[in-house]
Design a protein around this ligand. Sequence first.
Ligand code: SF4
Length: 338
Amino acid sequence: MINYLYQEQNWQSQLSDLIIDPFELLDQLDISSEQLLSGAILASDTFKLRVPRAFVNKMQKADPFDPLLLQVLPHHLELEDHPEFVTDPLGEEEANQLPGVLHKYQSRFLLTLTGACAVHCRYCFRRHFPYQENLPKNNDWPQIQNYIQQHPLINEVILSGGDPLTLTNHKLKIWIERLESLPQVKILRIHSRVPIVIPNRIDEELLSLLENSRLRIIMVVHSNHAAELDDFTCNQLHKLSLRNVTVFNQAVLLKGVNDSAQTLIELSQRLFDARVMPYYLHVLDKVKGAQHFDLESSKVDSLYKEVLAGLPGYLVPKLVREIAGEKNKTPLFGKLTF
Ligand code: SF4
């Protein structure tokens, strides 16, 4: 279905008019709410449903198994306990050096400026992260600046989730200027799912801000399925590379959503249409509440073999897992024991 309203409505209005009621979501899609078991409503109490209407517009009506819907609709299985699935699967509380600063890797660190996201992805490894206690305030900048200067190997800062593109351009500009003032910082990386779920977020003001920065800008978007990448979204993404932003995609391998080689091949091809290079294909982080998205390691391995055979090398994302405490992501292909 195509609804041009979302191509014209500004991103701020879209962000303030999210669907947060599971019954409204199903109603919009002509799906019977009887399919929503009471456990799903409880799951939504602990991690709220949150989805932009522009993203819902890309879902198929009357299909309860739509791969985009499955990523956002609370599921009763989220409430089941599983010993391997925990609240902080990546040990991020350990790496939390200062409010907003997660320093896990040598040359780069994550700066979380907001706990808000435009969409709540049910598999998110940060779904239990205590953002409210960890956000830097304006007067925390001297401390962060000091931290960067005391770590001369840092040359890259990553703005990460919550989603930095839910912030205003004005606020982003303030932080970009702060980082630009430090000669050791050369690269700014922005991790965001907003360009996929509200493509209008890529507005002229943002493009100009990124294009005119002294920093080399990388945008890592997050798309898991080619159906997320309609023509309008691809055009919006293409604007980034036209303005000197290097654009990559990271995806998460999710049971029921993108666990077929053909789906992954189409995703890479569609990303390339938008001038976005496939970067990472993550296996699921074992976060509490996401166990129903998990895939057997043997299935992952055989899927990836098919993807390798079906795409030119430059369109094959690296299959990785993040392991708490490791100095880099761990490549997985061929390691059936992960
Ligand atoms: S941090 Fe990213 S993956 Fe997690 S809910 Fe927000 S947009 Fe989704």
